[in-house]
Design a protein around this ligand. Structure first.
Ligand code: 6MZ
Length: 363
C-alpha cells in the first residue's frame, strides 16, 4: 500500500460529492441536525455504513445532496477532495460533478460551478494547475499552478480538470443547459461531459441530443455504461463512440466484441463495482479479461468517500487480486496519460513526472 501511495497516479473517474470525507459529511450532517433540517441519529448510520447496494448508494447521494446544498459547502468539499487526491500523489485529476440548481437558496448551475472553481482556487496545501481563467472576468488562460509555486521548492503539483455530469433524472433541456455551461467554462478547465446517475432511471435517447451537441462543440465525452444489464442502451452508447466509458460491468458477448473492436478506454472502479454488487467479486471482475486483452483501461475510485477507498488502495487491491508486480502497476498508472482529456503538452509533462518517479522508485 505504501508503495502504491508513493507512485504517481492519474484519476479519471471521481465524483465530487462521492469523494467527500466521512468526517466532513458527519460534521455537516450534525450542523443540519442542530438546525432541525435532518435527524442526525437517522443519517449517522447511513454515512458510516460500509456495504451498500446500488440502490442504497443512490439513496445516500440524495442525503449527501441535502447536506451539501450550499455554495460554501461545495467550495469546501472541492478544496478537500483535491487536497486528498494530491496527498496520495495523484498528479492529474479529472473531477466530475453534476451542476445543481436550487431556487430556494439562489443556486443556479453556473453559481454551483463557480463555487467549485472557488474550491480549486482555495487549495493551498499543493499547487493546483488549471487554466487560471476567471469564470466571470474573461482573462486569458494559463496552465501554470495558480497557487504561486515558489521557485526552488518541491511543492506538489496536481493538474485538475473538470467534467460536468448530466444526471439520468434530467430532461433533454436540462442536459443541454449543462453542455452550454461546460462550453462557457471551457477556458476554466472544464474539458468534458459525463452521463451518470442511477442507471435504472432515464433513457440514453433523452440525452443523445445534448451529447451530440457537446461533441460537435469539441467537448470530450465519457458515459457510465453497463452498470446494470441493458443491452440496447449499451450497444447504442458504444455506437456513439464516446472517448471513454465508465464501469462496463453488465456486458454480454456482443458488447465485449463491440467494445474491444472500438478500443474505447474503460474507467474501472473495483471497490465500487464489488460493494454495489455490479460485479460479484474481484475474482470474476472484467479487469482481468480486458487487461490480458491489452484493452485500454484506467483504475479509478468512483466515490472514494462513499466506498471508503482511495486510488492507492485501488492499485493495491488490483496488485493483490490480479498478481500485478510493481512494474506492471506503474505501467498501468502511466498508461492512463494517453486517455486524459487534455492536449499533448499536458501529456508530455505528465510523462516526464512519471519518468522521474520511475528513477526514484528504482523501476
Ligand atoms: C452512477 C454515480 C455513481 O455529481 O453530486 N454517481 N452515477 N453510478 C455510480 N456508481 C456508484 N456514483 C456517483 O456526485 C454524486 C453524483 O454522481 C453520480 C450520481 O449522479 C451522484 O448523485 P456529484 O458531485
Amino acid at each position: 500500500m505504501d508503495w502504491c501511495v508513493s507512485m504517481p497516479k492519474v484519476e479519471l473517474h471521481a465524483h465530487l460529492n462521492g469523494s467527500i470525507r466521512d468526517s466532513t459529511l458527519l460534521e455537516l450532517a450534525r450542523v443540519l441536525g442542530e438546525k432541525g433540517v435532518i435527524v442526525f441519529s437517522d443519517v449517522e448510520h447511513n454515512i458510516l455504513k460500509n456495504d451498500r447496494s446500488l440502490r442504497e448508494v443512490f439513496r445516500l447521494f440524495d442525503l449527501i445532496h441535502i447536506i451539501t446544498t450550499d455554495h460554501m459547502v461545495v467550495t469546501r468539499i472541492t478544496k478537500e477532495v483535491i487536497e486528498d487526491f494530491a496527498k496520495e500523489n495523484v498528479v492529474y485529476l479529472e473531477l466530475r460533478t453534476t451542476p445543481k440548481k436550487n431556487d430556494s437558496i439562489g443556486m443556479t448551475k453556473r453559481s454551483y460551478m463557480e463555487a467549485v472553481m472557488e474550491g480549486l482556487r482555495a487549495v493551498s496545501a499543493v499547487d493546483v494547475a488549471f487554466p487560471a481563467h476567471n469564470v466571470d472576468a474573461g482573462s486569458p488562460t494559463t496552465n501554470v499552478p495558480v497557487n504561486d509555486a515558489r521557485s526552488g521548492t518541491t511543492r506538489k503539483k496536481i493538474y485538475v480538470r473538470l467534467l460536468l455530469s448530466i444526471d439520468r433524472r434530467e430532461s433533454t433541456a436540462a442536459a443541454m443547459e449543462t453542455v452550454k455551461l461546460a462550453l462557457e467554462m471551457k477556458d476554466s478547465g472544464v474539458v468534458g461531459i459525463d452521463l451518470s446517475g442511477n442507471p435504472v432511471v432515464g433513457e440514453w435517447i433523452t440525452f443523445l441530443p445534448a451529447f451530440k451537441f457537446a461533441r460537435e462543440q469539441g467537448l470530450y465525452i465519457t458515459l457510465h455504461c453497463g452498470e446494470v444489464p441493458n443491452q440496447k442502451e449499451i450497444q447504442a452508447m458504444l455506437d456513439f463512440m464516446p472517448q471513454r466509458i465508465g464501469h462496463a460491468c453488465c456486458f454480454e458477448e456482443d458488447d465485449w466484441e463491440k467494445l474491444k473492436s472500438s478500443n474505447i478506454p474503460v474507467e474501472i472502479c473495483l471497490t465500487s463495482n464489488v460493494v454495489t454488487a455490479s460485479v460479484s467479486s474481484l475474482d470474476v471482475h472484467h479487469f482481468v479479461d480486458l487487461y490480458n486483452a491489452k484493452h485500454p483501461l484506467i483504475l479509478c475510485t468512483d466515490d472514494a468517500g462513499v466506498f471508503s477507498t482511495s486510488l492507492s488502495r485501488e492499485y493495491s487491491l488490483a496488485a493483490a487480486a490480479f498478481g500485478l508486480g510493481k512494474g506492471e502497476m506503474f505501467q498501468l498508472a502511466k498508461n492512463a496519460i494517453a486517455f486524459i482529456f487534455e492536449d499533448d503538452g499536458v501529456k508530455q509533462d505528465l510523462t516526464s513526472i512519471f519518468d522521474s518517479a520511475a528513477n526514484m522508485l528504482e523501476l
